[in-house]
Design a protein around this ligand. Sequence first.
Ligand code: NAD
Length: 445
Amino acid sequence: MKLTIFGTGYVGLVTGACLAEVGHNVVCIDVDQRKIDALKAGIIPIWEPGLEAIVKRNVAEQRLRFTTDVAEAVRHAEVQFIAVGTPPDEDGSADLQYVLAVAESIARHMPAYRVIINKSTVPVGTADKVAARVDAVLAERGAPIPFDVVSNPEFLKEGAAVGDFLKPDRIIIGTRSAAAQERMRELYEPFNRNHERTLFMDVKSAELTKYAANAMLATKISFMNEMANMAEILGADIEEVRKGIGADPRIGYHFIYPGCGYGGSCFPKDVQALGRTADQIGYHAPLLKAVEAVNTRQKTVLFDKLASHFGGSANLRGKTVAVWGLSFKPNTDDMREAPSRTLMEALWAAGARVQAFDPVASAEARRLYGERPDLQLYDSKYAALQGADALAICTEWQQFRAPDFEEMKHMMSTAVIVDGRNLYSPVRMQRDGWDYYGIGRPRGQ
Ligand code: NAD
């Protein structure tokens, strides 16, 4: 099948590469000329395990190509995906300008029937807005061409995006049009061979499913963080509590890890956008607001623990803090809304210096913060510790799980760790002479 994908970011590029991998003929289009030039030169703009090999193979086998030419991209295929960003507007609602701009581009150039599939995360009602925009342009053109708008939200996780896309838990398709359903069945056929993963539903339910999924996961995290903060005051160990509740199959072990807050390009903006949708329909949604508020507060816990260890934030002036992990989670270079950013910015505001290490996100940190005297980026986890007064762990990269604590003590000026991911045993750390602070855990007595 021929397919076109608008937007060549995390979702668009993975979607394009994986759909080419199963045999479709895919054109990826982006407005970012530099990104497209890089991809044409074989440079993958994001760090995502397995992606480079798939992109290169499918480009070589001529099932995948990149362009900035809108007319060519719309002509290429009957099926057109929208996978552009939907960042938060000033009030937190999803900004639809990029989605609607693509709708307009498609309408301007479509020569015949098109299925317009929205993969971006968008509020309920967006498919109607896309259809209205397409109708308006077609009317202007005097070209009454038929089309369908389908909601097909994406559930891939950064860091495991290729695997998630190729082996999805479910494929949600929102449309009542028989013509569009037929195309969607053919498109996703290769993913349904072993068992049916596709769920057809109406457009609005499909749009809401994406927000409901992200809001549920964010709720689990904020709930555990709330429990962790209480456990800390009560003298309980949240890690024991986590195992105790996870053993109940109604609760399960997934997504109940306490930490220094969730980040990334999805949870924060999607919970916020769903909250704004509630406001717009006049529905009071205290749970959603609380999930967001708990997370905002949780992102400050590492700073608060450092400040309290050193006897107040004023005492952080002139201190050097090593930070391990900059990306919002392991296996990605994405730093959007990452807890590391909240911590570093608070440390800088307090007059401290940061020595940071991340296995893949240093370039992104440099892009975000530029050269500044209070940020030093290192290419090894130990080098970042040199002369540090404390270490803060923001991301649970594998290589942080069993470091050489003796070596670390030699490098740091004081043996202090604030661990936003509960990687180590408080008892062992205490025994080995560390001032170790986890999240929601007693301090190793
Ligand atoms: P991204 O910012 O990485 O990529 C968006 C791309 O769209 C950019 O390259 C941008 O240049 C391009 N673009 C903007 N306007 C365009 C236009 N008119 N024509 C062509 N290209 C255009 O964003 P992303 O992380 O891939 O997210 C895309 C959507 O998917 C969002 O709605 C997001 O919420 C959703 N989503 C993201 C993830 C994730 O893990 N990143 C997962 C599921 C869903």
